[in-house]
Design a protein around this ligand. Sequence first.
Ligand code: ADP
Ligand code: MG
Length: 362
Amino acid sequence: MPSGVSLSSTKSPGKKAVKKPFKIAFTYNLKPENISKDDPDAEFYAEFDTPHTIEGIRKAIEANGYEVIMVEANESAFDKFRQHRDEIGLVFNFSEAVSNGLDREAHIPAMLEILKLPYTGPAPLAAAMILDKARAKEVWSYHGVPNAAFQLFRSKDEPLKAGLSFPLIVKPTSEGSSTGIRDSSVVKNEKELRSRVAEILHDFEQPALVEKFLPGREFTVSLIGNGDKLESLPLVEVNFESFPKGVNRIDSYEAKWVWDDPSNPIDAVICPAKVDSALGKKVVDVAKRAFLAIGCRDWARVDVRLDDKGEPYVIEINCPVGLLPDPKENSRMPTAALAAGIGFSQLLGKIISTALERCGKV
Ligand SMILES: Nc1ncnc2c1ncn2[C@@H]1O[C@H](COP(=O)(O)OP(=O)(O)O)[C@@H](O)[C@H]1O
Ligand SMILES: [Mg+2]
């Protein structure tokens, strides 16, 4: 903890400054109790966390010497932030949403902007764009950051634009944690395309994002920092060899949440990825450019995939990044940190100190 940080010293002539304790507010989403993997709503809550995970993160923040104020990301969050406004030095924003909606990742950042409280991660505009994969791709294209050619489908019958050829991948535009990404998302002909687009439109009530399928290796790049101090942790590669035989080589919902079960784990990732330094540099470079172009801050995880010529393309950015405290759970950013000798608590400490530095608080 940065000692002697005075957030709201009340100075008046002749009186000593009163230092209030420096606290971190930790805002998060809890999965509803007793939701099993087979529950029809399990996919919807895939991004929310269990009490065990939330408790692990709280302890990790405390291990850095901070006092923690817990704020569940719900409709009461604004009042709770306001109530503790003078004590909060920084908000560790780990929330996905307050309610449903395509701008949901911006809900908590918007509250914190209103209250003028500093927080980790992107401001509302960037937070909303991170979730909207099509909008993010438009920004990357403008800035020359390589990303797969795409088309947005608002109805299943729109003609496929020239230049997009099979195979393609069909995804919900504004989801995460591989929600809506199944083995059947890779489509090889018109019939499969129309059928999968119709399913996405129906199930998620949002446009379907159809992208050129990048057949190469897949990496995820964990980034911490800002501006020219942005740094990458060791690369994580998705280990498609560990997937069941015959399935498409994509990091699908099944791959993240069904096949890789702590009671029967698969080696879903390789870390550090075996790459030569030229490729490693190119992959990290694309990830950093993607991060900066969107206006991300402090930390994020960027998915990158290679095309048939081995060139890297950004797939998407994640922030907040999934963090599971138990190394056995193969959570990607903690795995990358561990490969660099950075334990879970230290990782949380680094993210927090990066944000404090950006906000001029250290
Ligand atoms: N254009 C693409 N080409 C090949 N595979 C892709 C493409 N887009 C996504 N994928 C696969 O689908 C997975 C999930 O897609 P992604 O956009 O990262 O969604 P999520 O936000 O749910 O993680 C990726 O990790 C990758 O394996
Ligand atoms: Mg992803």
